[in-house]
Design a protein around this ligand. Structure first.
Ligand SMILES: C[S@@+](CC[C@H](N)C(=O)[O-])C[C@H]1O[C@@H](n2cnc3c(N)ncnc32)[C@H](O)[C@@H]1O
Length: 368
């Protein structure tokens, strides 16, 4: 399945789809209770390529939501102050692309027909990753490239604009079939003040909207006289005359001193703003997090709320501190998490215990 509009990507070390899908894992998963197959909730410790390849036959098209935040190909080590290195981001350039491509192909197999994958990445490598995702998931399944404001503005001394954002690439398994719960954002205080400048003594802030709309109704009810008034020329009442009278009786129509009626619209009834593709969810500083690259939990909650149902299975194959898993649990979803870092395993154990989340811990044991 190659979908990058009449071209095939080439980078050194790239495996073919046949090689990836035909890969036989070089070991197996074991748990403390000696059951070999992971029931959610499960954290699996080990290399995610081996583990994903092991999951595919059992969990094909089972996950409604996949969030991954892989290393960014930076060449750096990441650790918390005074702790061991949590993980080394040591794959760079084409090696990184080949590493990610292999995993994305397996993740596609695990993604359900109503599923969505979110891939969190920085802007140095992100545009290469976009091409790979187009190829693996299909250009036609691209949903969004979200700019995430990750920190406060930076004042570099180098010759560059400050870099305070990264990106989240979003693809559906099948565009328009993906789970989509429209969760809206509340208006800010200043937006409320601007949009609803008037104050009702009991019902709070409000504004007024005209009771008529463009287009003339020649014979129908919405073109007729109501309380001695006709709609202005070329317009019709937005409501039937019966509804207009009902609104008026309920005190929801404001009459101006010149006798013009307008509908009162209250701030507390506003459904909230549609979420756009620039999100501000700044990560906390090193001393406030449990893991070096821990992502903002409100960001993860937004993703889980929009793109999964309570009966959904959620997967994070680069789990780090387990933020995705914890927030999936908080929202009542079941999950599978994978990471190969000892530090991550310890942090996940601690975080799960703090939250009182019951889960199974498994280990991928490679054959000698
Ligand atoms: C950027 S961090 C993820 C941070 C996480 N999103 C959080 O909020 O804490 C990337 C994680 O991927 C893990 N990782 C890198 N390569 C891996 C591999 N081949 N298999 C499993 N985990 C891997 C690292 O150990 C690291 O914890």
């Amino acid at each position: 399945m190659l979908n990058t509009r009449n071209c095939t990507l080439f980078f050194e070390g790239k495996w073919s789809e046949e090689e990836i899908l035909g890969y036989v894992p070089s070991g197996s998963m074991i748990s403390h209770d000696h059951s070999s197959f992971p029931e959610p909730n499960a954290f699996i410790f080990g290399d995610n390529f081996e583990i994903l390849a092991s999951l595919v036959p059992h969990y094909r098209e089972a996950f409604d939501l996949i969030y991954i935040d892989p290393p960014f190909g930076t060449g750096q080590d990441f650790s918390q102050p005074e702790k061991d290195v949590a993980y080394s981001d040591d794959l760079i350039d084409h090696e990184f692309l080949a590493f990610l491509h292999k995993r994305l192909v397996l993740l596609r197999e695990l993604l359900s027909e109503r599923g969505t994958i979110y891939l969190h990445i920085d802007k140095k490598i992100g545009h290469y990753v976009k091409l790979i995702m187009d190829e693996v998931f299909g250009y036609q399944n691209f949903i969004n490239d979200i700019t995430r404001i990750k920190c406060n503005p930076k004042n570099f001394s180098r010759k560059a604009y400050g870099n305070y954002s990264d990106m989240i690439l979003v693809y559906a398994k099948k565009r328009d079939q993906q789970i989509w719960n429209e969760v809206r954002e509340p208006l800010t205080e200043s937006e409320v003040k601007k949009l609803f400048p008037k104050i009702h003594p009991e019902k709070g802030r409000y504004t007024t909207h005209p009771l008529h709309a463009p287009g003339e109704t020649i014979n129908g009810d919405t073109g007729q006289e109501w309380k001695g008034l006709f709609p202005p020329k070329g317009r019709h009442w937005r409501y039937s005359r019966e509804e207009l009278s009902k609104l008026d009786n309920e005190g929801l129509i404001e009459w101006s001193s010149k006798g013009n009626p307008r509908k009162m619209v209250f701030a507390k009834e506003h459904p909230g703003k549609k979420v756009q593709d620039v999100w501000t969810f700044k990560d906390k500083g090193m001393s406030y997090v449990s893991y070096p690259t821990e992502k903002n939990h409100d960001l993860l909650q937004r993703i889980i709320q929009h793109s999964s149902h309570p009966d959904s299975l959620v997967l994070d194959a680069f789990a780090g501190s387990g933020g995705t898993l914890i927030n999936a649990s908080r929202l009542g979803r079941k999950w599978v998490g994978i990471d190969q870092s000892e530090e991550a395993k310890v942090v996940i154990e601690e975080n799960m215990e703090k939250e009182g989340i019951v889960y199974r811990s498994l280990l991928f044991l490679a054959e000698e």
